[in-house]
Design a protein around this ligand. Structure first.
Ligand SMILES: Nc1ncnc2c1ncn2[C@@H]1O[C@H](COP(=O)(O)OP(=O)(O)OP(=O)(O)O)[C@@H](O)[C@H]1O
Ligand SMILES: [Mg+2]
Length: 316
């Protein structure tokens, strides 16, 4: 294990010239805030009087916002439903300056996670989702091929919603074009990510694939085996309150969390991979970028909902 290196942040000009292509499962985080004054006469549940609705970018769309917030150019390739939530997603992406290439599937409901909040407390979460159509996803492969040459790095944000059915082919095409590929993985089969530059699982995602570990040595051993099996240069494990571990050819880089106050951890993993992508698109190595990504995550966990940081905040 070695001490964290701190590297210089790319300049705003360097960031503005770098281009990241984000592909994956986008979603809308919706919040209904209100007051609870009474219990329903129909069932033993509170009645919420909704006073405010808020919509935020979630999943791959939040990752894209994080890339853009640092000052890099960002294109998001994803599939949405032909519905109001899909149009809200498009508007929010436009507001952020993310170029959205949205395939629409009339059979698909745009993924919405609705949180119902009363008295500053989450009362219920309601998820809307179904699987995208295979034909629509196949059509998106041609968009991908068209967009690939215009970008420096590809980021795959897999939330297991079906948008990355062709991830293996997409990784191969990117590597053939000499572009690094970062993947935020999901599910029990990581073989579909073989050949990526690096993957960024959290603790439960890695545990699902390599089993639980009972020591740092055992974790390092399993990370090495997985890296070799999938031919990855790096495996970056996000460890919530334990910060980040990067496993690469040089060994294990351990970065303790930089969070000072923890208010809402939603989307912290998105900030990690989004920051890595923006900085690596500028030419930083994963080892150089990881401490910045850890710092960025430490900042967003002090904010409500999915959030993003700017270069100025990272530099401070
Ligand atoms: N409870 C916490 N305390 C301190 N830091 C945290 C905490 N949770 C997250 N972080 C910071 O955020 C980073 C990413 O968090 P985590 O490992 O929970 O990712 P994740 O589960 O993929 O998150 P999400 O899926 O919500 O985006 C961590 O590496 C750490 O730097
Ligand atoms: Mg995550």
């Amino acid at each position: 294990m070695d001490a964290p290196m701190s590297s210089i942040l790319p300049s705003l000009e360097q960031l503005a010239a770098s281009r990241v292509l984000v592909v994956g499962d986008a979603m809308l985080d919706r919040y209904w805030f209100g007051s609870v004054e009474r219990i329903s006469p129909e069932a033993p549940v509170p009645v919420l009087n909704v006073t405010r609705e808020e919509n935020r970018l979630g999943g791959a769309a939040n990752v894209a916002m994080n890339v853009k917030s640092l000052g890099a150019q960002c294109t998001l390739l994803t599939v949405v439903g032909d519905d109001a939530a899909g149009r809200t997603l498009q508007e929010l992406l436009d507001q952020q300056g993310v170029q959205a290439v949205l395939g629409t599937d009339p059979q698909l409901q745009t993924v919405v996670k609705l949180r119902v909040i009363g008295r500053s407390q989450q009362l219920l979460r309601i998820d809307f989702e179904n699987k995208p159509d295979h034909e629509v996803l196949r059509l998106m492969l041609s968009d991908y091929e068209r967009l690939l040459p215009q970008h420096d790095l590809v980021l795959m944000s897999d939330y297991g919603k079906g948008g990355l059915a062709h991830v293996g082919q997409m990784i191969q095409k990117a590597r053939a074009a000499g572009k690094p590929v970062l993947v935020d993985p999901k599910g029990s089969d990581f073989s579909r990510y073989a050949g990526a530059t690096a993957i960024t699982p959290n603790r439960s995602e890695l545990t699902q694939v390599v089993g639980p570990w009972d020591s740092e040595a055992q974790l390092a051993e399993r990370a090495k085996a997985l890296r070799e099996q999938l031919q990855l240069q790096g495996l970056l494990l996000t460890r919530s309150e334990e910060g980040i571990s990067l496993f690469d050819a040089q060994g294990h880089l351990r970065l303790p969390t930089q969070a000072r106050e923890v208010y809402d951890v939603t989307g912290a993993g998105d900030t990690v991979i989004g920051t890595l992508a923006a900085l690596m698109a500028c030419g930083l190595t994963m080892r150089e970028a990881a401490p910045h990504a850890n710092r960025a995550a430490g900042i967003v966990v002090s904010r409500f909902g999915t959030a993003a940081v700017t270069r100025a905040e990272l530099a401070a």
